[in-house]
Ligand binder design. Structure first.
Ligand code: JB8
Length: 234
């Protein structure tokens, strides 16, 4: 998979050089390219923003630099229509099913907005060449798209075969089957007056599986009843 990220703070994305994603890049499983939006400006001050039409606080990101940056990325894309993901508080909520879908795509492009956002005209213009998705991490507001991109790249990248050492560890995770994950424990079996649930020490894998599923349902009922509105997958 190829991933391009466009930002006015490219150093924010340096976290993609380390750990799981960094190793996947070194192993050739991921081709991640980070671009400085200011490289696509032509004035002395490398201007990427201007005042909003209609008034209001803050600044809006100018369309021209975005168009030039996206054209440059599209020009050497391995696919006809790359997927353009734009983090925004006004987007559809990112989810594990969306991460699984995006992990199948060959070329993802992430546009990191700042200020009050990107000029709205960029999105219909980009839709001529990209599959444009406006995506939110949740009902809260960050100062820009970079943190959201780090989260999405990690959520998608770890699903690519070979990125996570043991693919088994991807199976029983929160949201993989529509439920929250069960609690986990390790040695010692008794710690500061807190004991590991005896069933986990029983060696009875059938009972352990039943207990774990019950824990998933209980946790989901308590913490995320909204997830139970949908039928959990088998
Ligand atoms: O909360 B967010 O995901 C987000 C994304 C992009 C911009 C641009 C300016 N504020 C933003 C917030």
């Amino acid at each position: 998979m190829r991933i391009d990220v466009i930002s006015i703070f490219p150093d924010y994305l340096s976290a993609l050089d380390i750990s799981l994603i960094g190793r996947a890049r070194q192993d050739g499983l991921l081709d991640v390219r980070v671009h400085d939006l200011r490289e696509y400006t032509h004035d002395r001050h490398r201007t990427v923003d201007d005042t909003p039409y209609g008034g209001g606080a803050g600044m809006v990101m100018k369309p021209e630099p975005w168009a030039e940056a996206l054209e440059a990325v599209a020009a050497d894309s391995p696919v006809e229509r790359p997927t353009l993901l734009v983090p925004t508080p006004s987007g559809t909520v990112f989810s594990q099913p969306l991460a699984r879908e995006l992990a199948e795509h060959e070329h993802l492009v992430f546009a990191c907005g700042r200020y009050e956002g990107i000029d709205e005209r960029v999105f219909p213009w980009a839709a001529e060449r990209f599959d444009v998705r406006l995506v939110s991490l949740g009902d809260y507001v960050l100062n820009g798209g970079e943190v959201a991109v780090l989260a999405m790249v990690e959520a998608v990248g770890r699903l690519i075969p070979g990125v996570v050492g043991n693919p088994e560890s991807l199976v029983e995770e929160s949201h993989e089957d529509g439920l929250l994950e069960y609690p986990v424990y390790t040695k010692p079996s008794s710690w500061r007056g807190h004991d590991v649930p005896p069933v986990l020490l029983s060696g009875d894998h059938g009972k352990i599986a039943v207990w774990r599923r019950a824990q998933q349902l209980e946790r989901t009922r308590q913490r995320r009843p909204d997830l139970l509105a949908e039928e959990p997958s088998a």
